[in-house]
Design a protein around this ligand. Structure first.
Ligand SMILES: [Zn+2]
Length: 347
């Protein structure tokens, strides 16, 4: 069987660890890797070697000052000297560079003709990391570094980042806020950490209209997300016609996740993956790149990753059908700025 989904698996990602019980722990990835092996996924996936990003690649997004701060704080005996969540151990700068570099290596793979899809099973996550500041377990912004890598190396100018992690991607938004080359679309729980991501934050200058936030209330789940993906995300893909879709795939909106009040099920994540897959196949040359972000209930993280991978691995997507949700429709009608509706929505 031809392999058409690439991934990176490397036990060196376990080296970034705190000695306490941080929720962003190596066990998240250990459980995924063990199950990939156990259920035969390692034979179905194209394994791409991990690669450490150079300082230069990291600094395509982050400041030199920030990179040197990270290296310095990693030598501090207090792992939380830099930030109360974002611990830094001696190996952390290397592991964070390995995550970013591996994402770039996978992006190179899907720019080839034969492989169109990839899933970066890496850590630490990245979407809260801003140009000059890490937070929320994130050191370097993996998806932003990947997007800049694609722009620099392949001259791309329409990259869509879809972020369905339950938290708003303040870092990714900030980095591309004035750019039209990267459209950032985030669906996240309203009024939780990092308390950004209001719908009126739509970008500035060249980037005005290229930042879309859909904050949703607690208790939204599969049906409401299905409506949003069918009625907003699909339209954005169809109108923007991205050259690649990068997904900040955080699974902490799972109903069993300890840190959110969103009620997505693993099946819901499968519906999202099928939807994104069908949009990518239809409008975007099939190029779809999942990058792991959050997800802190380890068994539900695995089941959500598994169904998403299943959707990417299929020869073709299932017929996409979307639920109707009056509650989700009300949010879109009321909160989504007119400028965003006029620019992107298809009527
Ligand atoms: Zn999150």
């Amino acid at each position: 069987m031809d392999k058409h989904v690439a991934t990176v698996i490397d036990k060196k990602f376990f080296w970034h660890k705190a000695l306490d019980n941080s929720k962003e722990c190596p066990e998240r990835l250990m459980f995924i890797y063990d199950n990939l092996e156990k259920f035969g996924y390692t034979d179905k996936l194209l394994m791409v070697p991990s690669k450490e990003a150079s300082d230069e690649t990291i600094c395509s997004v982050h400041s030199n000052l920030y990179l040197s701060q990270i290296k310095k704080f990693a030598l501090n005996s207090n792992l939380y000297a830099y930030d109360k969540d974002t611990y830094l151990s001696e190996d952390s700068p290397f592991v964070a560079k390995l995550a970013a570099g591996s994402c770039c290596a996978l992006a190179d793979t899907i720019m080839q003709e034969s492989i169109q899809k990839a899933f970066a099973l890496v850590r630490p996550p990245g979407h809260h990391a801003e140009m000059g500041r890490g937070s929320g377990f994130c050191i370097f912004n993996n998806v932003a570094i990947t997007a800049n890598h694609l722009i620099g190396k392949y001259d791309l100018n329409r990259i869509l980042i879809v972020d369905f992690d339950v938290h708003h991607c303040n870092g990714t938004q900030d980095i591309f806020y004035d750019s039209s080359k990267v459209l950032v679309l985030s669906v996240h729980q309203a009024d939780i950490y990092p308390f950004t991501g209001k719908s009126e934050e739509i970008g500035t200058g060249e980037g005005k209209g290229y930042n879309i936030n859909i904050p949703v209330p607690s208790q939204f789940g599969d049906i409401e997300y299905s409506y949003i993906f069918g009625n907003v995300v699909q339209d954005v893909v169809q109108s923007y016609l991205p050259q690649v879709i990068i997904v900040s795939a955080g699974f902490d909106g799972h109903v069993d996740d300890p840190i959110s009040k969103i009620n997505l099920s693993a099946r819901g994540y499968g519906l999202i993956a099928n939807a994104l897959r069908s949009f990518a196949d239809k409008y975007c040359d099939g190029k779809l790149f999942y990058v792991l972000e959050g997800g802190y209930n380890i068994p539900s993280l695995w089941s959500s990753v598994k169904v998403s991978l299943d959707m990417l691995l299929k020869d073709k997507p299932d017929e996409a059908s979307f639920s109707y949700s009056q509650r989700a429709k009300n949010i879109i009608d009321k909160d989504l700025p007119q400028e965003i509706k006029q620019k992107w929505l298809v009527y």
